[in-house]
Design a protein around this ligand. Structure first.
Ligand code: ADE
Length: 224
């Protein structure tokens, strides 16, 4: 998979790809992530990429021209499955969406800033708008990092134990069951006996029951 991220703040997006699972995925060649600084596509001497909105009002708006130049240049090189815009009024990200996107080959992610982007970008260049939740971030960068993390960890070969992504919370619309590790008793707090029993069919059944119990208690909306 290849992901191209367009941003005015590439420095905000560096560190998530320089540690742990995402770093390893890149090193293994399972994903390529390319940052594009929108200012490099500005056509004026001040590297300006935003302007006042027509009709008046507070807040600067990202201009269509540099965004179009950047996206058109990328599209000349290869086909893209989706051109995603990170925005609080997009479709809320969930596991199902991440599963779908992890199967794609090439993605562009555009990070918004300031008051937003010229509507004509959304109308003519964007194929999918994604929000990471009902709150407003200063820009789309942190949202893009969250989106990339959810997608990349699902690419086959990225996680060491391939089955571990399949048992995540939200796969099958269930929360994950509780997990424990050594010691089996700490200050009187005990690990459930069943997990120490070695009876794997029974353990599996227990996990399924706990997953259902937790989901009914904490997120009944997932079962509707
Ligand atoms: N940009 C600003 N707020 C956002 C959000 N909640 N999700 C995605 N992008 C955003």
């Amino acid at each position: 998979m290849r992901i191209d991220i367009i941003t005015v703040l590439p420095e905000l997006l560096k560190s998530p790809f320089e540690a742990s699972i995402l770093k390893r995925a890149i090193e293994k060649g399972l994903v390529e992530v390319h940052m594009h600084n929108l200012r490099d596509y500005s056509d004026n001497n001040y590297n300006q990429v935003d302007d006042y909105q027509f009709g008046g009002g507070a807040g600067m708006v990202l201009m269509i021209e540099p965004i179009d130049k950047c996206i058109s240049g990328l599209k000349k090189e290869r086909e893209y499955d989706e051109v995603i815009y990170m925005t609080p009024d997009g479709e809320t990200l969930n596991q199902k969406m991440a599963n779908g996107l992890s199967l794609q080959k090439n993605l562009i992610i555009l990070c918004g800033h300031y008051k937003g982007i010229d509507q004509r970008v959304r109308d003519s260049l964007i194929t999918k708008e994604i929000s990471i939740g009902d709150y407003v971030l200063s820009g789309g960068e942190l949202g893009a990092a969250v989106l990339c993390d959810t997608i990349i960890r699902l690419i086959p070969g990225v996680l060491n134990n391939e089955t571990s992504a399949l048992t995540d919370t939200f796969q099958d619309n269930l929360l994950a069951p509780p997990v424990y590790t050594r010691p089996s008793e700490y200050k009187g707090l005990k690990v459930p006996d069943i997990l120490l029993s070695g009876n794997f069919p029974k353990i599996e059944k227990w996990r399924e029951e706990k997953a259902m119990e937790r989901t009914e208690k904490l997120r009944p909306d997932l079962l509707e």
